[in-house]
Design a protein around this ligand. Structure first.
Ligand SMILES: [Zn+2]
Length: 181
């Protein structure tokens, strides 16, 4: 954010009295802009026990493998966003089963809901933000190229629970290593 939406003056980032709360403030009209966390939706889309991963063709983490995911648009349901992102990134439809994980990533002001889903077909077509889309069995997942902690932690948790045959619900707060005390 650069300019005040009320008066057009430049805004400054100020630390508010409560800890951790940095907010944009207009020094001309004194408005404080409260920015709520954004919601992203992703899915673990499976076909015969293999999981769909998409290879990113955009920064950040260009070239890394990621669950199909993206931000929920205004007025869109999170499940619809997960379906839409899978269609945009891999060119395939999914049937959404249920929410499986909720991740909070305070460092980027984001929540991410991850659904379980079934692929409706496997004729993948990559979109503008994806260079490849493939199915991976558990032992084939290229962990060294799965950079996002949200994807890594969710997948590890999911695979461990799937092996035991009992799927629960996974919640995690993702704190980057550089913020760990
Ligand atoms: Zn202003």
């Amino acid at each position: 954010m650069k300019y005040c939406s009320e008066c057009g003056a430049p805004v400054v980032l100020q630390r508010q009295r409560s800890a951790h709360a940095w907010r944009y403030v207009c020094e001309t009209c004194r408005i404080v802009f409260y920015q709520a966390p954004r919601l992203a939706a992703a899915c673990i889309a499976e076909w015969e026990h293999r999981i769909l991963l998409c290879r990113r063709a955009v920064e950040p983490e260009f070239g890394c493998w990621e669950l199909p995911a993206g931000f929920v648009a205004s007025g869109e349901s999170a499940a619809a966003a997960a379906r839409r992102e899978t269609l945009e990134e891999a060119g395939v439809g999914v049937s959404i089963d249920r929410p499986y994980a909720l991740l909070h990533i305070p460092s980027v002001n984001q929540f991410r809901v991850v659904y379980l889903a079934c692929l409706l077909d496997t004729t993948f077509r990559t979109g503008a933000e994806t260079s490849d889309a493939r199915l991976f069995a558990e032992h084939e997942i290229p962990w060294e190229k799965v950079e996002f902690a949200t994807t890594r932690d969710t997948l590890r948790h999911y695979l461990a629970e799937r092996r035991e045959g009992k799927l629960g619900f996974f919640f995690a707060e993702i704190v980057p290593a550089w913020l760990d005390p």
